[in-house]
Design a protein around this ligand. Structure first.
Ligand code: SAM
Length: 271
């Protein structure tokens, strides 16, 4: 996949390979995807029809967490890793609503994100988008454009929202989180959401099979594996929970459904 942008438009070149960013765009009813991405999305939806609802829960918790951290905890810097294609209410819009001076850097491996992000952000001095691979966290931490915007001697919110399941076990996602945790200042926050392997849901394991075979990534990990990402940090209440249950602003009437429980997440502070 490659992308080219001019001042007025973004041209995406299709090489017939699905990407996580574009499959997620299908789930969010966006328009930046191809037939090959729709095929993966449809195969996933066949196994778990709630996936569009789940994607919406993932965006909704992002809005609640970023608002909370910017408005209540005084966080002024956000490093959004695996940020995805721009969609409704992006991190910079939510953070800068609470604090117009908040700085946001979007990082994604997929060049389509950079192409769309540049077009969207050309007038925003406090926001950048870069292409980098989280599997090499030092590349991200040392990137000149990241350092032009983020002061790592001060607290930062590191966002790993819906991305760590796109790293394989041998790529050591927990080790990557540790590298990031050790690099940031005390008082920093980690905001992480993930697919969750549920013992009472064969669909959660079946979805992993579909994603690994058709997309090449999509590990659905156990609650214990996901808890390890937060090791050495202090979880904010209510802890690691199904996404709609993290400080909901509307009542969740039925918390037993797969749509509510398949993705879990939390926010932790490095002390
Ligand atoms: N964070 C956004 C959200 O939750 O709404 C988007 C999540 S999307 C499901 C996952 C994103 O992670 C995709 O845009 C994909 O390109 C990106 N990604 C996957 N592997 C990556 C890697 N190794 N480095 C950086 N980004 C990666």
């Amino acid at each position: 996949m490659s992308a080219e942008s001019t001042e007025s438009e973004v041209v995406i070149l299709d090489d017939g390979v699905p990407t996580a960013a574009r499959v997620y765009d299908v789930m969010l009813d966006g328009k930046d995807h191809y037939e090959i991405d729709r095929q993966v999305a449809n195969a996933s939806l066949e196994v778990m029809p709630e996936l569009k609802e789940i994607a919406a829960h993932n965006r909704a918790i992002l809005h609640r967490v970023v608002t909370h951290l910017a408005a209540e905890e005084g966080v002024t810097q956000f490093l959004d890793l695996g940020s995805g294609l721009p969609t409704a209410r992006n991190t910079h819009e939510v953070a800068q609503e609470a604090n117009p001076d908040a700085k946001v850097v979007y990082v994604d491996i997929d060049p389509i994100v950079l192409a769309h992000g540049r077009a969207l952000l050309q007038d925003n001095d406090n926001t950048r988008v870069i292409t980098a691979d989280l599997r090499n966290p030092r590349e991200v931490l040392d990137h000149p454009e990241v350092n032009a915007m983020i002061d790592f001697s001060k607290p930062v919110c590191v966002m790993l929202v819906g991305i760590l399941h796109h790293l394989l076990d041998e790529e050591d996602p927990a080790g990557i989180v540790r590298t990031l945790r050790d690099a940031v200042a005390p008082g920093s926050y980690f905001f992480i959401t993930n697919f969750t392997r549920l013992s009472d849901s064969p669909e959660s394991a079946q979805l992993e099979e579909v994603l690994l075979s058709q997309l090449g990534t999509g590990r659905v990990r156990t609650p214990a594996e996901l808890a390890a990402y937060f090791e050495g940090m202090e979880l904010l209440p209510p802890g690691i929970v199904p996404l709609p249950l993290w400080r909901p602003d509307t009542i969740v009437t039925d918390a037993t459904t797969i749509g509510v429980r398949f993705m879990t997440g939390g926010v932790a502070r490095k002390n």
